[in-house]
Ligand binder design. Structure first.
Ligand code: ATP
Ligand code: MG
Length: 401
């Protein structure tokens, strides 16, 4: 693929609106470079289908002013469609979308504000920058469209290029940039108009791991510094946890759980949400013993675990995060403390991950558990028989989904 072709897969319409969508009518009473009014986003009962298939099915979302909401979910669950509805690139069949005080879509009210009047900035996975323009021209484009005076334009473009770490790149042709640099141009262009609302659709997923980490931190800094109300789409739980003020987990067109990153990570509502949040030990289970200290029996594992959860009615799964388990050598381990479950098995995988060891441990009945161990210890070897200590507080019992 030629250098200029790489990274420009966005549709022409997206590209145009990524560039021009920021060129928006300023709210009445504000100058073109007036300070940003930080609005909140409110979505109620949003529904969008393509033919017979429902992509977004009754979604409610509220993003407080200046906060970042992350939509997290597997491929095809309706994240991009939700974003495109907020931006005005798709027309929903039902629902209400309000940005600040202004309703930009209402099915019942027959309101559908045009894309270019929604005052929304967008950053796509596919960069969507103009390959034939310089970095400077790309970033200045929305300002040119609104006729911002030359001196003011130069000031703002220079300032925003510095903010995204592209100082000195202004004259460079946009097709002669790395993926990370292109994405920062797209980000600079979305920020230069000081939009009230920024929408990010997997903006980091085309980048390598190091750059992704770096830009993720930079993005969070920018978003909090400028206090821009944002919706960020990803299927990467690490990215979601690191960026979000609030996460909305989507499955099959619906928001199935929402919460701040810490409480969501600790208390996923169902086994499929837990699976998406890094609970790598998920097993079917049955209630063995109710009461104050409930115990659950793991199907096919000849083991019973104590939990602090009151098991819900219906089919249940046990979900445990690998970082909540302590891996111990058998020698000198002593008896487990009260409230500590102990399993025993053989190491079938030991990988040094840098900050920790990742182990897979096979129990006698054949189930394989994942656990992390500290990186500073010597680590356990393949085939070694070990003990797994699982605190009752780490045994999440959730409806099986
Ligand atoms: N233009 C379209 N025409 C028909 N179906 C579509 C269209 N766009 C999306 N869909 C369907 O709507 C559903 C939701 O798609 P959407 O792009 O919103 O998913 P997503 O959560 O963004 O997935 P991914 O993580 O893969 O980007 C999918 O089943 C998809 O196939
Ligand atoms: Mg998508």
């Amino acid at each position: 693929m030629s250098r200029s072709a790489r990274g420009f897969q966005a549709s022409r319409r997206e590209l145009t609106w990524a560039a021009r969508g920021l060129v928006l009518r300023q709210p009445r009473g504000k100058s073109a470079d007036g300070e940003t009014a930080h609005m909140a986003i409110r979505i109620e009962g949003l529904r969008k289908s393509y033919g017979a298939s429902v992509a977004v099915d009754g979604v409610d979302i509220a993003v407080p002013e200046g906060k970042m909401l992350v939509l997290l979910g597997p491929s095809g669950c309706g994240k991009t469609t939700t974003m495109r509805c907020i931006a005005g690139l798709e027309q929903p069949e039902e629902g209400v979308i309000a940005i600040g005080q202004r309703t930009v879509f209402s099915h019942a009210g027959r309101i559908n504000v045009a894309v270019n009047e929604r005052r929304v900035g967008m950053v796509f996975q596919s960069y969507a920058i103009w390959p034939h323009m310089s970095v400077y021209e790309n970033v200045a484009y929305p300002l040119d469209m609104t006729g911002v005076a030359r001196a003011e334009k130069e000031k703002r473009v220079t300032e925003i290029l510095r903010v995204v770490g592209l100082e000195g790149f202004g004259e460079r042709g946009a097709s002669y940039l790395s993926g990370g640099q292109m994405q920062r141009v797209a980000l600079a262009r979305s920020l230069v108009m000081r939009p009230s609302v920024l929408l990010f659709d997997e903006p980091l997923s085309n980048l390598d791991a190091r750059l992704r980490d770096h830009l993720r931190v930079q993005l969070r800094e920018l978003q909090t510094t400028f206090g821009i109300t944002s919706v960020y789409v990803t299927h990467d739980q690490r990215e979601a946890l690191a960026l979000a003020d609030e996460i909305a987990v989507m499955q099959a067109g619906k928001v199935v759980q929402r919460g701040d990153p810490v409480s969501l990570y600790r208390r996923p509502k169902t086994s499929s949400i837990a699976d998406f949040l890094g609970y790598s030990n998920i097993f079917d289970a049955t209630l063995a013993d109710g009461g104050a200290n409930p115990r659950v029996s793991l199907d096919g594992q000849a083991c019973v675990l104590e939990t602090l959860d009151a098991p819900p009615a219906g089919p249940i799964s046990v979900c445990v995060r690998p970082d909540d388990i302590t891996v111990r050598a058998r020698d000198g381990a002593g008896s487990p403390a009260p409230g500590m479950n102990r399993l025993e098995g053989d190491i079938v995988l030991a990988s040094f991950m840098g900050p920790f060891y990742q182990y897979r441990v096979r129990l006698p009945q054949g189930a394989v558990w994942e656990a992390y161990g500290p990186a500073d210890a010597r680590g356990h070897g393949l085939g070694e028989r070990v003990l797994l200590d699982v605190p009752a507080s780490a045994v999440l019992v959730a409806p099986r989904t």
